[in-house]
Design a binder for this molecule. Structure first.
Ligand SMILES: Cc1cc2nc3c(=O)[nH]c(=O)nc-3n(C[C@H](O)[C@H](O)[C@H](O)COP(=O)(O)OP(=O)(O)OC[C@H]3O[C@@H](n4cnc5c(N)ncnc54)[C@H](O)[C@@H]3O)c2cc1C
Length: 363
């Protein structure tokens, strides 16, 4: 039962309710408010603090390595692979235009794909001209990728890659949403949606003319949405002797392992390829096999003598069934879903949000 005062002051439906305040949902809110400055836009986030991949990732601003691109070409038509590289590149440019480096901590460090196997390196290095052609067409820049050797190991350098502080990025984005007139409500888990209504786990219902589900790896918990498989990723931040040799942005094992410098340490993550079925979960946690693998990788491959693990966490990515390109669909009238960013959301999230805001139309 609601009071007269509540009904007359609050009961109007919102123009847009977004489930999930990660980079996709928040970017949609921002771009929708740019188009409709007087709209009533509310973001519902289940956690009391940010809890999705957007604040649990590694913060690489990357459009991909040669090895990752070659793997994709084995499963997808070339046009789709090149389109995704373009989307990532353009998504990163949009992100940088909207949120300057002073706010996100973005640095163009340059990147490297490191190879543990000479034959694999030779195979990938032979394809560098092809990937340089893609990037020249997309960015106008020549020779983005180049073969090299780093710390005694074969590598492919990536001239235009960097990293940022994911927490500062999301703080800046949420600030923009609030300045534009949007509201973010924390601690509001959603149980389900139907046209015109968002049902909270608490039993309450919120009315909305438009609804966006932007829950990425958690989309399976909202009935009626397309399939998005959760995929857990583990990240550690360590301090130790030898870490100074690895400043910048680094990838190995087709992007399944990555490491970079942070303010006072070395961040390393990934290893999901060791147990893909076991990591298909929405539960936070540490897989001991993967933890041990990352530990050995630090010691044996990178030559880092770890003195302290200062941080350790897991984050949940979302992968659409059978493809890597995110869903942007309207499964019910007035209800959209934008999810399944396949571990590329720093690059794709802002542009996807802008696209969704455009798709939602006028009025
Ligand atoms: C370990 C790891 C490393 C990564 N590294 C990189 C990287 O270096 N570069 C890169 O480009 N990408 C990276 N990614 C991927 C990137 O972080 C994601 O693609 C991106 O953050 C997805 O954003 P999103 O807003 O779609 O989803 P999320 O950020 O997951 O946001 C979804 C939100 O919905 C909320 N939610 C879920 N269910 C409900 C519900 N029922 N009710 C209300 N709220 C709900 C969640 O709490 C969450 O905050 C990484 C991901 C992980 C996990």
């Amino acid at each position: 039962m609601i009071s007269y005062w509540e009904r007359t002051a609050w009961s109007d439906p919102h123009d847009l309710v977004i489930v999930g305040a990660g980079i996709t949902g928040s970017s949609t809110a921002l771009h929708y408010l740019r188009r409709h400055p007087d709209a009533s836009v509310v973001l519902l986030e289940r956690a009391a603090h940010p809890g999705g991949a957007s604040t649990r990732n590694a913060g690489f601003t990357t459009f991909g390595t040669v090895g990752e691109g070659l793997d994709d070409l084995a499963h997808e038509p070339e046009a789709d692979v090149v389109d995704r590289i373009r989307r990532r590149y353009e998504g990163l440019r949009l992100l940088q235009q909207e949120l300057p480096a002073a706010e996100t901590g973005h640095r163009m460090t340059g990147g490297h794909e490191l190879f543990l196997d000479e034959a694999d390196f030779e195979r990938c290095a032979a394809e560098i001209p092809r990937f340089n052609r893609y990037l020249k067409d997309i960015s106008g820049q020549a020779d983005v990728y180049a073969a090299t050797r780093i710390n005694g190991k074969p590598a492919i350098s990536i001239a235009i890659e960097g990293h940022l502080h994911s927490g500062r990025l999301m703080q800046a984005l949420h600030r923009r949403v609030r300045e534009a007139g949007g509201r973010i409500q924390w601690g509001m888990p959603v149980a389900g949606v139907e046209p015109g209504h968002v049902h909270l786990v608490s039993g309450e219902t919120i009315q909305a003319r438009r609804i966006l589900v932007a829950t990425n790896g958690f989309t399976g918990s909202i009935p009626g949405m397309p399939v998005v498989h959760p995929a857990r990723g583990l990240v550690l931040v360590v301090r130790g002797e030898g870490m100074e040799r690895w400043t910048g942005s680094w990838h190995a094992e087709r992007g399944f392992v990555y490491w970079r410098d942070v303010e006072d340490g070395l961040l390393i993550g990934g290893g999901r390829h060791l147990d893909i079925p076991g990591e298909r979960t929405m539960e936070a946690g540490v897989n001991p096999v993967i933890h041990e693998y990352l530990w050995h990788f630090l010691h044996d491959t990178l030559g880092v003598r770890v003195e302290a693990v200062t941080d350790q966490w897991s984050g949940i990515m979302g992968f659409p069934e059978g493809r890597k390109t995110p869903h942007l669909a309207q499964p019910m009238p007035g209800v959209w879903v934008a999810a399944g960013l396949s571990g590329m959301g720093v690059a794709l999230g802002m542009a996807l949000g802008k696209e969704v805001a455009g798709e939602m139309g006028e009025g």
